[in-house]
Design a protein around this ligand. Structure first.
Ligand SMILES: Nc1ncnc2c1ncn2[C@@H]1O[C@H](COP(=O)(O)OP(=O)(O)OP(=O)(O)O)[C@@H](O)[C@H]1O
Length: 244
């Protein structure tokens, strides 16, 4: 048990289907994520990574086990409260970016802040700061279609941070990117880690270990291996000292 756990799962399960078609997508996961910790979860396709992340982010309800964020249990939480938690306390980054095509980079970043009740002026300021932080100050008026894949993902990371979430959850954040863009996005996550953000990143790309304090391997819905990296990026020279 971690005293200052932001996220805590115990015996967490998610099943789909029934009878012969039953799939145990997440099968008894125990996980404590401490404030400021970066956890990477790796595993082969279909091992349950996305399902686990959806449970941790309150996008899907668990079939069993316990899950809480900052001490608040998900299973007894109303849909309204869960929706507010998703909006205010969790930042999501997806493989496919999920940006709004009709909005500029800055507007995409501002949107979740506006939805959370932040004033337009403050939302604009936060978006400008974040786009600068991800190295895209000069692209803030561009539509997503005018940005590269790596730039789109950096906008998505800025958007995930705009409501100052307790935790950022990323699902295959480099899955759609070429190797240069992957390196850029990994640097960005490493910078977030070193700035004390709490991160859970699922991927089948073990290079994500470079952005992590702890690497967990998942197989058939369960955790099968766990390695403490003690600041992965400091061990992997190519990413050290980058991002911020
Ligand atoms: N909505 C669903 N209905 C039925 N089965 C599902 C559903 N979502 C996921 N599954 C099954 O649950 C298992 C875990 O899927 P999940 O998408 O979590 O794996 P993953 O590790 O994220 O895979 P990938 O790396 O390919 O994205 C798979 O066997 C999948 O077919």
């Amino acid at each position: 048990m971690t005293a200052n756990a932001v996220l805590r799962a115990a015996g967490l399960r998610k099943e789909y289907g029934r009878g012969a078609a039953l799939v145990r997508a997440v099968d008894g996961v125990d996980l404590d994520v401490a404030a400021g910790e970066a956890v990477a979860i790796v595993g082969a396709s279909g091992c349950g990574k996305s399902t686990l992340l959806h449970l941790l982010g309150g996008l899907e309800r668990a079939s069993g086990g316990e899950l809480s964020m900052a001490g608040e249990r998900f299973d007894t939480m109303s849909e309204t409260r869960l929706a507010r938690l998703r909006r205010n306390a969790i930042g999501f980054v997806f493989q496919g970016f999920h940006l709004v095509d009709e909005l500029t980079a800055a507007e995409n970043v501002e949107l979740p802040a506006l939805l959370a009740g932040v004033s337009p002026r403050a939302a604009r300021r936060r978006a400008a700061d974040l786009l600068e932080r991800v190295g895209l100050a000069d692209r803030s008026r561009h539509l997503p279609s005018a940005l590269s894949g790596g730039q789109r993902q950096r906008v998505a990371v800025a958007r995930a941070l705009v409501n100052r979430p307790l935790v950022v959850l990323a699902d295959e954040p480099t899955g759609n990117l070429d190797s240069t863009a992957t390196t850029d996005v990994l640097r960005l996550f490493d910078g977030l880690r070193r700035n004390g953000h709490t991160l859970v990143i699922v991927t089948h790309d073990s290079r994500i270990a470079a952005t992590s304090d702890r690497l967990i391997t998942m197989r058939d819905g369960a955790f099968v291996d766990e390695t403490r990296l003690g600041g992965g990026a400091r061990r992997l020279g190519s990413l050290a000292g980058l991002g911020g």
